[in-house]
Design a protein around this ligand. Structure first.
Ligand code: UDP
Length: 415
């Protein structure tokens, strides 16, 4: 038994005004084939990052639809997270040295977690590489009894995966019944066992992070975190991670500030406990910001939670997501939903959301990033139009109800 993550209940009916009758009807129809099905979502962290965000919304909605869904978190410790972060980086294309000691650590923790697995489920959805080995380690213990169907959900951009790391992982992935990727191009050749489905992530329009806020509440939050509510600011919400390029964001802001001296920059980051690199990149970012007090580095440790993220995204002049690699980028979805103009890295799943010139701008360098921000600051009409188109694009494609629908279809397909 792992630690279960408590999630407040949600009612699907409350989504009807946002998504419409047809969407609700389809969900109910699909769920009618899965009444009472026991679903376990298993991942490495209850807090920080997109996976936690999605599960907080999806698990209660599955329950409201008559399935019996739970979200649990595997056991780990720093030595394990060091290895899993290296795997994450290697799979996203950074060179990391992949040693026998790292293999042994990953296997030891997957074995340990497999030993803790003791409840039966109809569907087990394992997220990302950290716990991916559990199924193989369970094989000797009637894995197919403990979970009738096993799904591996990969949230990572695997296009440039370091071959030795993917080769190591592949046999573990091959054991699954179904593998879910965000994009077609993330699917690796050579997977022999599992079926493959493409399911992009989604945001919860009813969450504290995504419901509309009054101007007054927004300004109170800005002020209480030292941001001048009377002056414009750019904002990026992202873990401190090399792939999110926080130092590149500061460089782009500096270029913008030459022509807009009143500009501020707000970098919001949560420190996930399975991300040991966070502090290193926080320090690197803080050094790049130097003595510029118009650059605000804020984290969950400063009390920046979902409501605050909502406020910072809502009032930003431009939302930046200057990722160099990105599985999907829920922060982009969140900003589009708030009708913000977005300038984002041309990476991974971002172009699915940001159609260049239509729902935002895609950039591949600091200079391009600054240039597009300049353009948006000077062209308020264009900025507003992008925002409005962006919101409808999200409504059509990237709300949690679509994500739930895709999972229900996947489960039904495995019956
Ligand atoms: N997030 C947050 N506080 C922060 C930083 C991030 O709540 O300080 C949230 C963010 O709003 C988004 C998720 O964490 O919902 C990050 O998901 P994304 O897909 O953008 O990136 P990941 O961290 O999964 O790579």
């Amino acid at each position: 038994m792992f630690d279960s993550v408590p999630v407040p209940p949600k009612r699907l009916e409350e989504y009807r005004p946002i998504v419409g009758d047809a969407v609700i009807a389809e969900l109910k129809e699909l769920a009618s084939q899965l009444q009472g099905a026991r679903v376990l979502h298993l991942n490495a962290t209850a807090f920080g990052g997109g996976v936690a965000e999605i599960l907080t919304a999806m698990v209660p909605l599955l329950n409201d639809l008559g399935l019996v869904a739970d979200w649990q978190v595997i056991k780990g410790a720093n030595e394990f997270y060091q290895v899993t972060k290296a795997i994450h980086n290697g799979l996203q294309g950074m060179f990391v040295s992949w040693t026998p000691e790292m293999v042994a650590t990953w296997m030891r923790y997957n074995q340990l977690n497999a030993d803790l697995f003791d409840q039966p489920y109809d569907f087990v959805v394992v997220h990302d590489p950290q716990p991916a080995g559990i199924l193989r380690f369970l094989e000797n213990r009637q894995a197919r009894v403990l979970g009738k169907r096993w799904l591996w959900r990969c949230h990572i951009d695997l296009t440039e995966a370091q071959p030795d790391i993917w080769d190591f992982l592949r046999p573990y992935v091959d054991a699954y019944d179904l593998v879910i990727f965000t994009l077609d191009k993330f699917v690796k050749d050579g997977l022999e066992g599992p079926l493959v489905r493409i399911i992009p992530p989604a945001i919860d329009p009813m969450s504290v992070k995504n419901t509309p806020m009054s101007r007054e509440s927004v300004e109170n939050i800005l002020r209480s975190h030292g941001v001048d509510a009377q002056r414009p600011y750019l904002c990026q919400v992202s873990r401190f991670d090399p792939w999110k390029d926080p130092t590149g964001v500061i460089d782009a802001y500096r270029l913008v500030k030459r022509s807009f001296p009143e500009m501020q920059l707000v970098l919001v980051a949560s420190m996930a406990h399975d991300d040991p690199e966070g502090w290193t990149f926080y320090e690197r970012t803080a050094r790049r910001a130097g003595e510029d007090w118009d650059v605000h580095l804020l984290t969950n440790l400063h009390g920046v939670g979902n409501l605050e993220v909502n406020a910072f995204q809502t009032a930003a002049e431009v939302v930046i997501q200057k990722s160099l690699r990105e599985g999907f980028g829920l922060t982009v979805t969140e900003a589009l939903w708030k009708e913000r103009p977005v300038v984002a890295g041309h990476a991974g799943g971002i172009p699915l959301q940001v159609r260049h010139g239509e729902t935002g701008y895609l950039v591949s360098s600091v200079e391009e990033c600054a240039e597009q921000i300049h353009f948006l600051l000077r062209n308020q009409y264009a900025a507003r139009t992008l925002g409005k188109t962006g919101r409808e694009h999200v409504r059509e494609n990237f709300l949690i109800t679509r994500n739930v629908r895709d999972y229900l279809r996947a489960f039904v397909g495995l019956l």
